[in-house]
Design a protein around this ligand. Structure first.
Ligand code: AMP
Ligand code: MG
Length: 286
């Protein structure tokens, strides 16, 4: 079931992709269950998947600790404002041991970051073997916000798609599995979530007046997303679009994609680096 979800959400490689064809209200890949209790089912399944994630993360961590793997996994989250990146981090990454996680958010580049190539800060954030990384925004901002607002000349952002593909292929060759997920919300859903932030004093801190200005560029952002998804969904690092108007579906789908990626690594607990029988005898005498 997991891999059919993966096939259903994957952006085809080397083909133009129409983001507008994906329904943000959709919930593809759900098994048929009686009644209309999908939300309850989705939340319960997240707990089940979370337990699997926890075990596989520990196996990855343990295997790297004994020096047996270069593998790491990075979940890349991109979305429009209010798209649910933070909620997904909380719900999906929250099922795993914080010691084995590296969660990095990428905001407006600092002067130091701007003095370097756009991939500089991303390279620095790639986790060590054994660690699961989460990128809350990523190098894709440099072909999204940078493109929409002409932060650099068009020749510069146009060249970045290929640069990103080369970079991601290098990562894959170095043992980094990228799980690139776009959380896809509708424009109406964004308005609803912005209103919630204005209506609830405990959410004021999430409200950014600048988000309303960005909302005015909705269509440009959708076009920039479609271009990035089309040009940068590759065999080694495919993109997935997760309909994200429903939070329970979003969390279930992202957790499932991450579980599929970890399952592909065929992880297990490492064998002892010592003689268990000898150690038992020593312990009995100690
Ligand atoms: P938030 O995720 O709400 O903390 O907002 C981060 C902000 O940083 C967003 O407005 C992003 O568009 C912006 N941002 C992230 N990366 C870049 C980048 N490479 N260039 C310009 N702005 C960026
Ligand atoms: Mg924001």
């Amino acid at each position: 079931m997991g891999s059919s979800l993966r096939d259903g959400l994957r952006v085809p490689v080397h083909r133009d992709f129409d983001l507008a064809e994906i329904d943000p209200d959709g919930s593809p890949g759900l098994p048929k269950i009686k009644g209309s209790h999908h939300k309850v089912w989705g939340r319960a399944q997240l707990t089940v998947i979370g337990a699997d994630l926890g075990i596989m993360q520990e196996q990855l961590f343990a295997t790297a600790k004994v020096g047996d793997t270069q593998q790491r996994v990075v979940l890349v989250l991109q979305a429009m404002d209010c798209g649910g990146k933070d909620g997904t981090v909380k719900k999906v990454a929250g099922t795993m041991n914080p010691s084995g996680l590296s969660i990095v958010g990428f905001g407006k580049p600092t002067p130091e970051e701007l003095a370097h190539d756009f991939l500089w800060r991303i390279r620095k954030a790639v986790p060590e073997p054994g660690i699961i990384g989460v990128f809350n925004r990523s190098h894709y901002e440099d072909v999204l916000v940078a493109r929409v607002h002409n932060l650099v000349p068009s020749e510069v952002w146009e060249a970045r798609y290929d640069q990103i593909n080369v970079f991601e292929a290098e990562l894959a060759a170095a043992g980094v599995t990228l799980v690139k997920v776009m959380l896809h919300i509708s424009k109406n859903e964004q308005a609803k979530r912005l209103a919630e932030r204005l209506d609830d004093p405990t959410k004021y801190w999430k409200y950014n007046p600048g988000d309303l200005d960005e909302r005015g560029f909705w269509d440009d952002y959708q076009a920039a997303y479609a271009a990035a998804l089309s040009k940068c969904s590759t065999e080694v690092a495919p993109w997935y679009v997760v309909p994200a108007n429903r939070k329970w579906y979003r969390d279930w789908a992202v957790a499932s994609l991450l579980r599929d990626a970890l399952t592909d690594l065929h992880l297990s607990y490492p064998p002892p680096t010592f003689d268990v029988k000898v150690e038992r005898k020593r312990l009995a005498r100690a």
